[in-house]
Design a protein around this ligand. Structure first.
Ligand SMILES: C[S@@+](CC[C@H](N)C(=O)[O-])C[C@H]1O[C@@H](n2cnc3c(N)ncnc32)[C@H](O)[C@@H]1O
Length: 220
């Protein structure tokens, strides 16, 4: 389920198969389309505002999309660009925000482990529908292919972006506990984003954003 105009816009723009779109305010939807997505055609059914609010309290437009088939994770790992690995992320909004910045920064894909489904509607809301812009996999176990596994850890060595490989698996830990001992042991490097004295860590999605953009700008 896609909640909100931006999620619907991005799903359409990146080739999502939308099975239905509904709004209670077709005039407002058309105004948004003209202002923010003139490249797209949006055909929405009209529903009662109170009924729509029961399904999606925060959005004026809702859609249902088919979950897209994903390329094999090994194919993604064999290609160019960094892969973001989120180890057991708990907060779906955070998970979605990490996917959003991964898409924006041109990452090759996002892989998650643990209890949360990265395609949960709340994660799609957090990504503004940018799940459709890159491969997003939910794995039973960490896979790295031939890549280096780089652990992002506040207790690691200071990051030197120019020294990292161009196509690594960049691993980020859970919001409360960070990366598992198992993952830290498997990583070839353990690196930290610099922080001011007294600050213990960054928010998960913020750490993904800072890392990807530090690497992107260093490579430019
Ligand atoms: C909220 S933090 C977890 C905090 C946890 N108490 C710890 O010490 O790792 C979530 C994830 O963001 C990443 N992260 C946060 N701040 C970071 C930093 N300064 N350098 C590198 N990674 C960071 C790490 O991958 C971390 O596991």
């Amino acid at each position: 389920m896609l909640e909100g105009f931006h999620a619907v816009k991005h799903a359409l723009r990146f080739g999502g198969e939308l099975l239905g779109i509904w709004t209670a305010d077709p005039v407002e939807l058309e105004a948004l389309r003209q202002r923010l997505a003139p490249d797209l055609q949006i055909q929405a059914g009209v529903v009662d505002a109170a009924e729509l609010k029961l399904v999606v309290p925060r959005a004026q437009v809702v859609a249902v999309a088919a979950r897209p088939a994903q390329p094999d994770p090994d194919t993604v790992l064999a290609g160019p660009g960094h892969v973001v690995l989120l180890e057991d992320p708990r907060h779906l909004g955070n998970l979605g925000a990490a996917i959003r910045v991964a898409a924006a920064a041109g990452a090759a894909g996002v892989m998650t482990t643990g209890r949360q489904d990265p395609w949960h509607p709340d994660a799609l809301r957090g990504s503004a529908g940018l799940h459709f812009a890159l491969p997003v996999h939910h794995l039973r176990a960490v896979r790295t292919g031939e890549r280096e596994l780089v652990a992002l850890d506040p207790a690691g060595d200071p990051m030197a972006p120019g020294e990292l490989p161009a196509a690594a698996v960049l691993a980020f830990g859970t919001e409360r506990d960070g990366l598992s001992d198992e993952l830290l042991a498997a990583a070839t490097r353990r690196i930290a984003l610099p922080m001011s004295p007294g600050v213990s860590s960054l928010n998960l999605a913020t750490a993904v954003a800072a890392t990807l953009y530090a690497l992107k700008l260093a490579a430019a």
